[in-house]
Ligand binder design. Structure first.
Ligand code: ZN
Length: 368
């Protein structure tokens, strides 16, 4: 059910990934923290709210295709829109930055994937015979990439690319500073050796609050051992942009197309995937209720952070149901999202049930 693949044969699991194994206060198995544990915490929290006769109507919407990009979700909720009408949505997903500080995600980045291809011949040619006169598609694509963005700083050089970006607010930046994020833990968790910045706030701004361009792969030319003196006929760059609110993926796609055309008109651009960023409000009665509920459950003031990834279903919910959407996340970095030995623990499970129940009580007291 909607989890990442797992295999004890090829990955270092200490227990069978598809048999839940309890060790002390932790539950090991694929999907325990992403997202069965948090989803069950929401279910039991709702059960407590119903048992307490709270004047609040709760409906559950289970999305079981999130890990494959929610291909049917928007169509299905559009069809069922009437029966799903609601004042607000709370989602049992996302990860705290550190166990010491409860964190709710208030934003996700969007995604725009694209391929750049250039064909200058129909076959490999001899660099001694044609070199100097023949065009080299790999070199030209590398130059094009560097004309589109600066690989050292990450800054995108396309006109208008940053126009619609909403920078994080002062309150958000202060929350981020108090989230428990450290560059040291971040580097360790992701096995990074060299970074563009070693400053915590700067890193958070880069991964949560700013758009990116990333080169995922370059294909073409001779890839075998040693050297082969050819001029390759064709090359391809696999790239994508992470987008932030309120960048429109379609507009950004047009800007990229235009920028490529101006810089190297022989290069073809094709777009692969498109999802807008998601941003929820961190001020107002509902976020305040969420903060009170999380503080009640975990005895610590929560912060609003963001998540650098993309969950397409969030924008679908917002678009189709036309209501505010919030996260009440319970997973921790050490729970191993998408990794071997994925686990969830009783502290987060029990706190989570209380947080959801309290949140339902808090919103039942709000004026309609
Ligand atoms: Zn996942």
């Amino acid at each position: 059910m909607d989890v990442q693949p797992a295999s004890k044969e090829t990955e270092p699991w200490d227990s069978e990934p598809f048999i839940m194994t309890k060790k002390g206060d932790s539950y090991f198995g694929r999907g325990t923290t992403d997202d069965k544990g948090p989803a069950l915490a929401a279910l039991y929290g709702a059960r407590a709210a119903v048992d307490a006769n709270l004047p609040v109507n709760i409906r559950f919407l289970w999305e079981f295709e999130e890990e494959i990009g929610s291909p049917n979700f928007e169509q299905i909720i559009t069809k069922a829109r009437r029966s799903l009408t609601t004042d607000s949505v709370v989602v049992s997903d996302t990860v705290w930055v550190s166990r010491e500080r409860p964190a709710n995600s208030a934003g996700l980045r969007g995604l725009l994937g694209f391929l750049l291809t250039l064909e200058t011949a129909t076959t490999d040619t001899h660099s001694g015979e044609v070199g100097g006169a023949a065009r080299n598609p790999i070199g030209e694509l590398m130059k094009l990439v560097c004309d589109l963005y600066d690989p050292n700083t990450g800054k995108i050089k396309i006109k208008g690319f940053y126009d619609d970006v909403i920078p994080p607010t002062k309150q958000e930046l202060s929350d981020w500073s108090n989230s428990g994020f450290t560059v040291k833990a971040f580097k360790k968790a992701h096995k990074l050796k060299l970074m563009r910045s070693e400053n915590s706030l700067e890193v958070m701004k880069r991964i949560w609050g700013a758009p990116t361009m990333e080169i995922h792969g370059v294909a073409g030319g001779y890839q075998g051992p040693g050297l082969k003196s050819i001029v390759p006929p064709r090359a391809e760059v696999k790239a994508s942009c992470r987008l932030v609110a309120r960048q429109d993926p379609k507009k950004i796609a047009r800007l990229i197309e235009q920028a490529v055309k101006e810089r190297n008109p022989d290069v073809k651009v094709s777009f692969e995937s498109m999802a807008p960023a998601f941003l929820t409000s961190v001020e107002g009665p509902l976020p305040e209720a969420l903060k009170r509920a999380v503080k009640f459950a975990f005895k610590r003031d929560p912060v609003f952070v963001r998540d650098g990834g993309t969950i397409g279903a969030m924008t679908s919910i917002e678009k189709v149901l036309q209501c505010p959407v919030f996260f009440l996340g319970l997973s921790l970095p050490e729970h191993g999202y998408h990794a071997p030995n994925e686990n969830f623990d009783w502290q987060q499970a029990s706190g989570g049930m209380v947080a959801f129940a309290k949140y339902f009580e808090e919103i039942s007291k709000l004026p309609r």
